[in-house]
Design a protein around this ligand. Structure first.
Ligand code: GAP
Length: 511
């Protein structure tokens, strides 16, 4: 665990040092759980969003996109259930005056038990060496079995208490588990209360009369309330989808794990409208399709897993998370939910407007059922960034940090580097830049020795470095260095466009 914590610290400081992510309002000491994207961060984020957007809309004939406003009619949040039920259970420690999410205190307690299991496994692995069979050890070791049963028992108990909104029961569970405040070290807890996560503000000129409105906590409702507009104007036939990316806001109490849990973040959501009764078939389809999208980025399949929800929200009849192995363990990256006709029916009820579809094949009208895919852009950024971060020892005894980003997502696709600042090399390099910059995001660098410049590009994940040297001046060839294997080859400058196109191609990432 300590090693992973160390690694995570390195990843967050690399993100800052190389212009990917800065704490918000840093010169004023920052704001918890709010971050700004720097010069390379914004490029990487745009590229991830763009890949998602293209794969959803451009590559699916029956999915279109929208961009709805962040401010919406306040009744929308009543209809969706967010005003009444979008809560976190909070508890305060009376001595430290610190506030915690009750579920996170319990989750952390379970993580500690899991750490103990991992320690047992590590110890045994050392003891048995090459002959160690992890699966067999986990299945047969008495201590591991006890820890596993304990963790499961707590999990089940907590899920049932939450399901029944039994706040007193949750407090008792925290007391029974003897969980202490990490700051004061005491067990002097307040009662557990529900706390709504939506930010509110006022709209209107006179504060007293103004209406309370909310910053949207998800982008999905902007899709539901536009369902009929899109269906009619786009003459969409079921099954069809509406996609949207945009900011969402949640007053998260536990601010930690960098950009994993933020108060202002971005979602990429798609609602897929289907015939009632066909939703589970489409749920399976989207599970597979979304996992394929993740794997298409070339990240190891071992890093991903599904976590099917056993306890379902009242409006869902199937739900799963795609979890990713972040440096702090497997956590939710994306949710896929079969939301039935809950949202459209509620909006029908609260707005008084019919939100139905006339199905010409069945010759009947119905409220469509919905499959939702919902992924956090910032979380996806963290998944890609943390997976790409690599420290390498090289054969010559030196070391380097390289971001092994999927090439097509890299902020800069190629660096154009004159070997020296004379003999016409900078001018030739500028000509190459001019020729290619409309097709690829390039960077020009002439400062420092070439090795140092390569390292700087490695650190921001640039897949190719194009070097202009004396031979270029003689025969118009350049060297092109690949980021991951550091191999160089010499090609004609005329072939650069086709070389880069071939090697940074979205199509390569598809089925
Ligand atoms: N419309 C469904 C919905 O919003 P969710 O599970 O609450 O479902 C979907 O959120 C995704 O949004 C999550 O899987 C996660 O990637 C991202 N997300 C949620 N809360 C977040 C937060 N506070 N910070 C960053 N990303 C968040």
């Amino acid at each position: 665990m300590a090693n992973n914590e160390e690694l995570f610290k390195k990843i967050t400081s690399h993100a800052k040092e190389y212009g990917f992510i800065f704490p918000s309002s840093e010169i004023y000491d920052g704001m918890a759980a709010v971050y700004d994207y720097g010069q390379w961060g914004v490029e990487l984020k745009n590229n991830i969003r763009n890949y998602w957007w293209k794969s959803m809309t451009q590559w699916h004939e029956n999915i279109v996109g929208i961009d709805s406003a962040i401010f919406m009619h306040p009744t929308i949040w009543k209809a969706s259930g967010h005003i009444d039920a979008f809560n976190d259970p909070l508890i305060d420690n009376k001595d430290s005056k610190k506030r915690y999410r009750a579920d996170v205190l319990i989750e952390d307690h379970i993580s500690k038990i899991e750490d103990k299991i991992n320690k047992e496994i590590e110890k045994a692995a050392k003891r048995f060496g090459d002959s160690f069979d992890k699966a067999q050890f986990v299945a047969t070791n008495q201590r591991v079995a006890e820890y596993t049963a304990k963790a499961q028992e707590i999990q089940t108990k907590y899920a049932s208490l939450m399901q029944n909104n039994d706040l007193a029961g949750i407090k008792k569970l925290i007391e029974d588990l003897e969980i202490v405040c990490p700051v004061s070290g005491t067990r002097n807890w307040t009662d557990v209360r529900q706390f709504n996560l939506m930010f509110s503000t006022k709209v209107g000129s006179v504060t007293d009369d103004a209406d309370t409105i909310y910053l949207r906590p998800e982008t999905a409702q902007g899709i539901f309330v536009n369902y009929l507009n899109v269906q009619k104007t786009g003459r969409m036939k079921i099954p069809f989808g509406i996609a949207q990316t945009g900011k969402a806001f949640r007053n998260e109490i536990v601010a930690r794990q960098f950009i994993f849990r933020m108060r202002e973040f971005e979602q990429m959501e798609m609602q897929f409208f289907v015939r009632p009764g066909e939703e589970l078939k489409w749920f399976e389809y989207w599970k597979e399709e979304r996992m394929h999208w993740h794997l298409s980025l070339g990240i190891s399949p071992d890093k991903y897993r599904f976590h099917d929800h056993e306890k379902l929200a009242h409006y869902a009849n199937a739900a799963t998370d795609i979890e990713f192995e972040f440096p702090f363990g497997f956590k939710e990256l994306e949710g896929i939910h079969s939301r039935t006709d809950f949202d459209l029916k509620r909006h029908q009820e609260f707005s008084g407007k019919k939100l139905q579809y006339f199905d010409p094949e069945l010759n009947e009208s119905y409220v469509p059922y919905v499959i939702e895919t919902s992924i956090g852009l910032d979380r996806m950024f963290l998944a890609i960034f943390s997976n790409a971060y690599t420290e390498e020892s090289l054969d010559d005894g030196s070391s380097r940090v390289v971001l092994r980003l999927p090439r097509m997502l890299a902020p800069v696709k190629a660096a154009v580097l004159p070997l020296v600042k004379k003999d016409g090399m900078p001018e030739r390099a500028r000509e190459i830049m001019e020729d290619l910059k409309y097709d690829f995001n390039l960077i020009y660098e002439e400062k420092d020795a070439i090795g140092k410049r390569y390292r700087r590009q490695d650190a921001i994940g640039t897949p190719f470095c194009i070097t202009i040297d004396s031979q270029t001046m003689a025969d118009n060839t350049v060297t092109i260095r690949e980021r991951d294997n550091m191999q160089q080859e010499r090609i004609s400058a005329e072939k650069l466009r086709s070389y880069l196109s071939e090697n940074i191609n979205l199509k390569k990432y598809r089925k």
